[in-house]
Design a protein. Structure first.
Lengths: 364, 331
């Protein structure tokens, strides 16, 4: 499979004053499982169409293994695609269905059948080779669609557009697992497009987070989670997303609602946004527990508890999300439910976990 | 209070009382009888046997229009050709038409209605969109409008049949948080069906578990979670499903969130040697899918955990977190 390089790739619809996709540089290694993560309107579909050749970029270039394919037609690029819903010839058997792309490219009946059986075995489809496509469950149909995308050994790239949409939530992981195993074994370069953070973080080695036509960050799951480069990434990753509250830097210290949270060495004075994940913070009923005991920031910030949401118990004690108001901003902490709505509390954030954003981008 | 007496959803008669002014989350899987129960309360199907009483009055034979019950469906049903304002006003206008000559006298009524529409829009966060058509709203706004139309009916009972199931994930998260406050502020009796136990915790004063067309347990969400009467009840209040095993011929279970990769040295622990199948993660939590003696298990781990497929893994749970169900044959 191919290494994919995007160089200054840009797309703008005629008569549109704004780029749908801003100059984009990205390198995806041969055999990499890559995800494009973003909400609706982020530019995912446009990027997908540029890669498959359905749309032509306004400027910039796409290379497969160093070779410029920007001007090539979809068919010449050898890109296979899997869509949200399986598109199959319902009357064909699974074996025949898997052989279609090979037969279309001049393979003999015998060779095509052998290769189809090989792919079917990799996808746990072997027992279904003689079944009629129309009789399969949605899960099995989507598996056949994936098989069809993988069956040609000369394919450069596999594009997957929300491929688990049609599958029941409880068994999505099984389909993803089969897909991931096949991807690794075949060394396939795959680009997986989704709005679902779990899909992206689970499937991919590296994820590009797309927002408003820009790739904000490309990184592995741990980095996106712990060190997001932008507020949008911080919000998108995690459930619930990262807390983002207006803060202030004065004389090298970080302040939240008039209370010191920790040090901010090397940052100029002025307004900023403070980011921390619900699991990095804790609210205790006022008066505060001693900061030494909690291992958290000095003093704490007085807050009012808005709501609590039990998610289960740990050590026989309810735990879950505590919703609080800091100024006018809603914030969540993930912790034991030992505070009640309406009560005053003290918010502590682990100081080593505090992130600082300015103009949407992380500065510390 | 809404009382069901001798009602049958297809698996034998039962009684249940929904407390007035509170939210009851009816939790069950597909085809557990949730929708049937909703339709029965709304009067869209006849109970066949038994009675439905609303604040002491038998309404079993009343038509849906005569009952003080409003319903919200999975798919957001709004009038596509009416503005948000008129969608909210429509149920009030319909009431006045039904209310005879006196209610139809214009002037004061219109002004009152206008106040109510705007007040409702404000509570639903729809004020900036009053002039828009439903198709010009986001999915979350459309569903809020559908809920608003149900509230505009000023019914005493509000039935919501999996109202958030068609919304995307981040939207759902946002709406869930407002919904409890919104519903409680109206003072109506709410029946809210779902298949997600998180809804029971985030919305419910009470939870009623339905399994195979029959109630299996009810109570406060935490009580039902902590003291399930049966495997079925434990499983319904578990997200994802409960992990089962058999020990000394007794059916046992352990919740996904009670399993971890590290033992707690302070407390007696149970060890489970499992084969890892795969992990999925949203960053905050990782689901570890595993095989334990032929049972499919899921451990809900905090943070981002990396486990290789096929790897042998030891999972730990506090000994007192293992649920035991003597005499419980199946789930």
């Amino acid at each position: 499979m191919a290494e994919i390089t995007l160089e200054g790739l840009r797309f703008r619809y005629p008569d549109n004053p704004m780029d749908t996709l801003e100059a984009l540089d990205l390198r995806i290694a041969s055999g990499e499982a890559h995800a494009l993560l973003g909400g609706s309107g982020a530019g995912k579909t446009t990027l997908l169409n540029l890669l498959s050749g359905l749309q032509t970029p306004t400027s910039g270039c796409i290379r497969f293994d160093g070779r410029d394919v920007t001007a090539l037609a979809p068919r010449q690029r050898k890109v296979a695609q899997v869509f949200q819903f399986p598109v199959l010839y319902e009357s064909l058997s699974v074996a025949a269905m898997l052989a279609v792309p090979l037969r279309n490219h001049g393979w003999s009946r015998r060779d095509a059948a052998r290769r189809a059986a090989e792919i079917a075995a990799r996808l746990d489809l072997a027992p279904l080779l003689n079944a009629r496509s129309g009789d399969l469950s949605l899960y099995q149909k989507q598996l056949v669609a994936i098989g069809r995308a993988l069956v040609r050994p000369d394919i450069s790239l596999v594009l997957l557009d929300e491929p688990l949409t049609a599958v029941a939530p409880a068994i999505k992981w099984q389909l993803r697992r089969v897909l991931k195993t096949a991807q690794a074994e075949l060394g396939a370069t795959m680009i997986y497009v989704t709005h679902d953070q779990t899909e992206a973080l689970t499937f991919a080695e590296r994820i590009s987070v797309l927002h408003a036509g820009r790739v904000l960050q490309t990184a592995d799951p741990e980095t996106l989670y712990e060190a997001p480069s932008h507020e949008q990434v911080a919000h998108f990753i995690g459930s619930p997303g990262m807390n983002l509250v207006p803060g202030e830097i004065t004389a090298g210290r970080l302040w939240l609602a008039g209370h010191p949270l920790g040090g901010a060495p090397g940052l100029t004075d002025g307004a900023c946004t403070i980011g921390f994940r619900p699991e990095w913070a804790r609210v205790s009923a006022a008066p505060a527990v001693s900061p030494a005991a909690a291992g958290t920031s000095i003093g704490g910030v007085p807050v009012t508890v808005d709501a609590v949401r039990v998610l289960g118990t740990r050590l026989q004690q309810p735990e879950g999300l505590v919703g609080i108001r800091v100024g006018t901003t809603h914030v969540y902490t993930r912790q034991p439910i030992d505070v009640a709505p309406g009560c005053p509390g003290m918010l502590h954030v682990r100081p080593e976990r505090l992130l600082v954003f300015r103009d949407g981008a992380r500065v510390a | 209070m809404l009382e069901l007496h001798d009602i049958d959803l297809g698996a034998g008669p039962f009684d249940h009382a929904f407390p007035g002014g509170a939210i009851t989350v009816v939790l069950g899987r597909n085809r557990s009888g949730k929708t049937h129960l909703c339709r029965l309360v709304a009067g869209l199907v006849s109970p066949g046997q038994g009675t439905v009483r609303l604040d002491g009055t038998d309404i079993s034979s009343w038509s849906p229009g005569r009952r003080s019950v409003a319903m919200v469906y999975q798919s957001f049903v709004n009038y596509p050709n009416l503005s948000v304002y008129d969608n909210l006003a429509a149920p009030m206008r319909a009431r006045r038409r039904g209310g005879g000559i006196r209610a139809r006298i214009a002037g004061r009524g219109d002004a009152r209605m206008d106040i109510r529409v705007r007040e409702l829009a404000d509570r639903l966060g729809l004020t900036p969109y009053l002039a828009r058509l439903p198709s010009e709203l986001s999915g979350g706004q459309q569903q809020r409008l559908a809920i608003g139309r149900a509230l505009a009916k000023q019914a005493r009972v509000l039935v919501l049949d999996e109202p958030l199931v068609n919304l995307d994930y981040k939207l759902r998260e946002a709406l869930e948080q407002q919904l409890r406050e919104l519903l409680l502020s109206t003072g109506v009796t709410v029946i809210y069906t779902s298949s997600d136990p998180r809804d029971a915790f985030s919305l419910g004063d009470e939870v009623l578990l339905l399994d195979r067309r029959q109630p299996v347990q009810h109570g406060t969400p935490l009580a039902v979670y902590q003291h399930p009467d049966s495997l079925a009840a434990a499983d319904l209040m578990s997200d994802p499903g409960i992990n089962r095993f058999v020990e000394d011929d007794i059916h046992c279970a352990v919740r996904p969130e009670h399993l971890s990769l590290a033992a707690d040295p302070e407390r007696p622990q149970r060890r489970f040697e499992v084969a890892a199948l795969d992990v999925e993660t949203n960053g905050s939590e990782t689901y570890l899918h595993a095989d334990y003696l032929g049972h499919p298990w899921i451990a809900r781990l905090v943070g981002l955990a990396r486990v290789r497929s096929g790897q042998a893994v030891t999972l730990y749970a506090p000994a007192d977190a293992v649920l035991r169900f003597p005499g419980s044959a199946d789930g």
